[in-house]
Ligand binder design. Sequence first.
Ligand SMILES: Cc1cn([C@H]2C[C@H](O)[C@@H](COP(=O)(O)OP(=O)(O)O[C@H]3O[C@@H](C)C(=O)[C@@H](O)[C@H]3O)O2)c(=O)[nH]c1=O
Length: 183
Amino acid sequence: MKFIPTTLEGCYIIEPKIIKDERGYFMESFNENTFQKGVHQDVHFVQDNQSFSTKGVLRGLHYQTGIHAQAKLVRVLQGEVLDVAVDIRPDSLTFGQHISVVLSGENQRQFFVPRGFAHGFLVLSETATFFYKCDNFYNKDSEGGIMYNDEQLNIDWQFPATELVISEKDHLLPTLENAKCAQ
Ligand SMILES: Cc1cn([C@H]2C[C@H](O)[C@@H](COP(=O)(O)OP(=O)(O)O[C@H]3O[C@@H](C)C(=O)[C@@H](O)[C@H]3O)O2)c(=O)[nH]c1=O
C-alpha cells in the first residue's frame, strides 16, 4: 500500500497493492496497522457509510463540528468521482485551500481526509457507489457545510454547473466566510 502525501498536511492519497492472478485480483482495502503507519496518525474508524449516486450528483461540502469532527477514508467501489477536501482548520497555514482527486472503481485509489476538513464529491460516471470509513459517529446536530461553488474556495468541479444535481440541504449551505468553522 502506497501513501502519497499531498500539499495539505494530513491528507493522503492511498494506492492499495493489487495482487493479480488467473482468478482475478486480491487487495487489502484496509489494514489498521499499515494505515496508521502510513498516515502517521492514531485513527480508529467506528462507522462505515455507502452511497449510490448518478452522474452530476454533487454531495458536499460537509463536515461535523467540535467533538463530533470526523476523519474519513473514502473510495469508490464502482464508477468515477471527483473528490474534494477543503482545509477548514482555523489555525492552518493552508486554511481555505483544497485538493481534488479522481477516485474510481478502476484506479482503486483511496483518499484520507483528516478531521478539520470539509469534504465533498461529484459523480463523473453514469453512476457511482461511494464507500467511506469515519472515525466518529454521525451526529445530525453537529453537521456543518460550505457551498460547493464558494468564490473564495474556487474549486474547479470539471462539470457543467447547469447539470449538477444537489440536495435541497446543500443548496442552502453558507459560504466559507459565513460557515461555523471560520468563526
Ligand atoms: C451522513 C449520514 C447521513 N444519514 C442520513 C441523514 C439523511 O436522512 C440521509 C442522507 O444524508 P445526507 O444528505 O447528509 O447524505 P450525504 O449528502 O451523502 O452526506 C455525506 O456527504 C459526504 C460528502 C460526506 O463527506 C459525508 O460525511 C456525508 O456528509 O442519511 C445517516 O443516517 N447517517 C450518516 O452518517
